[in-house]
Design a protein around this ligand. Structure first.
Ligand code: MN
Length: 334
């Protein structure tokens, strides 16, 4: 971590719009929507607008970006995508088509759009090959994975060939919420806790901790994983992970093997869907000013609210510039 003289909470609001890069910004294609694997699942008042916005790569999306000072969006297929496809061959074909469609949109607007690969995680070797194609041939910046696939989490041995390729390509993987693999008793009878209110946070934070405790980062010490939603609660729990894990082991771990050290070394986070200055200050304090990146979660969140939030946050100019674009430029090699 590079320290600056500025401390979170000490700065003042930005004087005007600051250039932003956003990384958790979603789309779908008619193909994916027709398979019912990448479309909105709720019929709320925003439904029609969200459907329209998900398939748009033109003025609707670009004007929204312009008004918020977002110069570049790194686009990804909306959750769960082909990871929910039951037929593996179909998933492989749909992922490839989605990536080709995104590459075409990036070619049309190379200064405004970049891509995260959409991968058929049912077949880890094929996913690795598709990631390599996306990075080397299509110029994508990494991959975004929507949680578990058929109940398999990314710390499983079956994904070792995938992580090996990620390490070779030296690109980040964005671990995004997806549907739960089963229906835990702790959520039974309480639909309020489903989806983005809580279940996805519990799912994604647990998935990230499987990687931390499962040894993935010991095998591949250069991996970088991005978490949205202000780190899915992990930044606030670092002290407790260290304390309780050493207690469970009955021994003191070397500082670089503490869960907090592994999380700080291998994770970066985005502000997607959490426009809370208290959570932002805590996340920067916990993870460091080089690990926190602006994002919106378009079209599920309001872009102008997210932009106003990061501009009004009590950050100094250097830290705000890192959060708005500098960290993304470094981590995604933009
Ligand atoms: Mn999202």
């Amino acid at each position: 971590m590079v320290a600056s003289a500025e401390q979170p909470g000490e700065g003042v609001p930005a004087a005007g719009p600051i250039r932003k890069i956003a990384l958790e910004e979603h789309f779908t294609t008619p193909d994916l929507a027709s398979r019912n694997v990448a479309r909105p699942t709720r019929s709320d008042v925003l439904f029609a607008d969200i459907e329209r916005r998900l398939v748009d790569f033109g003025d609707l999306r670009l004007d929204t970006m312009d008004r918020a000072g977002i110069s570049l969006c790194v686009l990804s297929v909306t959750t769960p995508g082909v990871q929910a496809e039951k037929d593996t061959a179909t998933a492989i074909g749909l992922a490839r088509k989605a990536n080709d469609a995104l590459a075409e949109e990036v070619r049309r607007q190379p200064k405004r759009y970049a891509g995260f690969a959409h991968l058929p995680m049912q077949a880890p070797e094929v996913a690795a090959d598709e990631l390599e194609r996306c990075v080397r041939q299509l110029g994508f910046k990494g991959a975004l994975i929507n949680g578990q696939t058929n109940g398999n989490y990314l710390d499983a041995d079956r994904f070792l060939p995938f992580w090996e390729r990620v390490a070779d390509l030296d690109v980040p993987v964005y671990l995004h919420p997806g549907e739960l693999a089963d229906a835990p008793a702790m959520f039974a009878g309480r639909p309020e806790l489903g989806g983005a209110v809580w279940a996805w946070t519990a799912e994604t934070a647990s998935h990230a901790l499987r990687l931390v405790f499962g040894g993935t980062f010991t095998r591949f010490p250069t991996l970088k994983v991005i978490l949205g939603h202000m780190g899915e609660t992990l930044p606030s729990l670092l002290w407790r992970f260290d304390s309780r894990w050493q207690c469970a082991l009955g021994e003191t771990l070397p500082p670089d093997q503490l869960p907090s050290a592994i999380i700080r070394r291998h994770f970066a986070i985005t502000t997607s869907g959490v426009c809370d200055p208290i959570a932002l200050a805590a996340a920067i304090a916990a993870m460091g000013e080089d690990a926190v990146m602006f994002s919106v979660d378009y079209p599920y969140e309001d872009t102008s609210t997210a932009a106003a939030f990061i501009e009004a946050a009590a950050l100094g100019p250097a830290v705000r510039a890192k959060a708005c674009h500098g960290n993304a430029e470094r981590i995604l090699k933009l």
